[in-house]
Design a binder for this molecule. Structure first.
Ligand code: NAD
Ligand code: UDP
Ligand code: UDP
Length: 419
């Protein structure tokens, strides 16, 4: 039977691709909605590298052509300016559906547009998937768990979401998108995949998108105070973008519908993020009884300014710091650069710093936003077991990779070249 929409959009048989002689694996034609954004553009890089044909659909609300410019001219790459709220006709094998602003600042900017993008946009992409028999992957979010009452969060947890709050356009929009995906799966036999993504960071994030990692990195580079919202004790788990892209790909290629949590289980308070990882500067081995914590000093701040956040980390108001410097490993030198290595070399052997904390702050506390989740950490056992996936890049390894990208872009900005 031909339904109303199918009359408007003729049914195209699934799997149109032909296998050229001598090639065992058929090249897939893949749509990435939101492919000009942060995560989408890294995903496109992976798919193009694999040899697939990629069509990006993006309305450039938060995405940038610069993220994809290296594929321009490649005949296997196409970029279409299109809003997923409008129907579209395409013939492809797979749809990665990412289109949606992800930063709270962006998705709250026009909340009605956000929820329409998530509902109508997802409906259209599912309608497309149904018509052409394509596999459909939804990039959902850990926000579906709201301010979770279960910790860490498993996929079986139904969440604690405010339906009428400032974040609801995103949280409830993503929950609606998941519902639609499952209804198309059950009702129309669409092959769907659902990923619940936890906080992800890396190169190409928007410089001023308001997310915590991009804010801290940009603030540190611009020598501004790091803005910590609320008391800074709320937690998040931060995943490097290449791990996420590997997870999305593994899920798409798997036989499992999900939902799957994709995130790095390492959990940090916002204060820890601000203090322990101020991103550039000297790396120091703080050695205790058989364990080593690596702290980094932000060279844009003086030592006096460093102490308050350190004291906060350990919950002390008056703190004596004993720094025993053992020198840098090769890896630390590489990661933190000449300045870091220099400061370590300058304090070889043993250095004992004994000071009283003063109140001058390196961190600027700001009121928190409404309904901010108090804690978030993924339980990724399901993805580990069924997708054979787990993150490989720690925050300490991933942040420097992002910092160099931000440094270049901020430098260009300062020089008036823009991006
Ligand atoms: P991003 O803002 O960099 O990318 C989103 C992209 O979607 C942008 O290129 C934007 O222009 C495009 N877009 C937005 N609305 C659109 C519309 N109506 N039509 C067409 N294109 C549209 O964000 P991101 O971090 O790359 O997030 C990508 C996806 O991953 C989003 O669906 C987001 O909800 C999800 N996600 C991301 C994170 C994270 O930490 N980055 C966490 C959870 C979920
Ligand atoms: N749609 C689309 N491209 C297609 C097929 C459908 O954009 O190739 C849109 C269509 O406009 C509709 C939505 O997807 O709004 C859902 O389509 P479906 O056929 O599932 O539902 P119906 O329109 O019959 O309710
Ligand atoms: N946050 C912060 N300073 C900032 C931006 C964000 O302390 O400059 C906090 C925010 O209150 C939240 C956490 O960092 O608790 C993560 O916020 P983000 O916007 O990155 O993502 P979310 O997980 O809220 O979607």
């Amino acid at each position: 039977t031909i339904d109303r929409v199918s009359t408007r959009f003729p049914v195209i048989p699934a799997k149109l691709g032909r296998v050229p002689a001598g090639i065992s694996r058929r090249r897939s034609r893949i749509v990435v909605t939101g492919g000009a954004g942060f995560v989408g553009s890294h995903l496109v890089d992976k798919l193009i590298k694999r040899g697939d044909d990629v069509i990006v659909i993006d309305n450039f609300f938060t995405g940038r052509k610069e993220n994809l410019v290296h594929h321009f001219g490649n005949p296997r790459f196409e970029l279409i300016r299109h809003d997923v709220v409008e129907p579209i006709l395409l013939e492809v094998d797979q749809i990665y559906h990412l289109a949606c602003p992800a930063s709270p600042v962006h998705y709250k900017y026009n909340p009605v547009k956000t929820i329409i993008s998530l509902s109508m946009g997802t409906l259209n992409m599912l309608g497309l998937a149904k018509r052409i028999g394509a596999r459909f992957l939804l990039t959902s979010t850990s926000e579906v768990y709201g301010d979770p009452l279960e910790h860490p969060q498993k996929e079986t947890y139904w969440g604690n979401v405010n339906p009428i709050g400032e974040r609801s356009c995103y949280d409830e929009g993503k929950r609606t998108a998941e519902t639609l995906a499952m209804d198309y799966h059950r009702g129309a036999g669409v092959e769907v995949r659902i990923a619940r993504i936890f906080n992800t960071y890396g190169p190409r994030m928007c410089l001023d998108d308001g997310r915590v990692v991009s804010n801290f990195v940009a603030q540190a580079i611009r020598k501004q105070p790091l803005t910590v919202y609320g008391d800074g004790k709320q937690t998040r788990s931060f995943q490097y973008v290449s791990d996420l892209v590997d997870g999305l790909y593994a899920l798409m290629e798997s036989e499992h519908v999900g939902p799957f949590n994709l995130g790095n289980p390492g959990e940090f308070t916002m204060l820890e993020l601000a203090e322990k990882y101020p991103l550039f500067g000297g790396a120091h081995g703080l050695v205790g009884l058989g364990f080593k914590v690596v702290l980094s000093l932000n060279l844009s701040m003086g030592w006096e300014e460093q102490k308050q956040p350190l004291a906060n980390t350990f919950g002390l108001s008056n703190w004596t710091l004993f720094w025993i410097e053992l020198g840098a490993s090769r890896r630390e030198r590489k990661e933190f650069g000449v300045a870091g290595a220099g400061s370590m070399v300058a304090m070889p052997g043993m250095l004992v710093v004994k000071e009283t904390i003063d109140s001058s702050a390196t961190i600027e506390f700001r009121p928190n936003t409404a309904d901010d989740p108090h804690m978030r950490k993924p339980d990724i056992s399901k993805a580990k077991e069924l997708l054979n996936w787990q993150p490989k890049v720690s925050l300490r390894e991933g942040l420097p990779l992002m910092v160099s990208d931000f440094q270049n872009r901020i430098l260009n900005e300062d020089e008036g070249k823009g991006f």
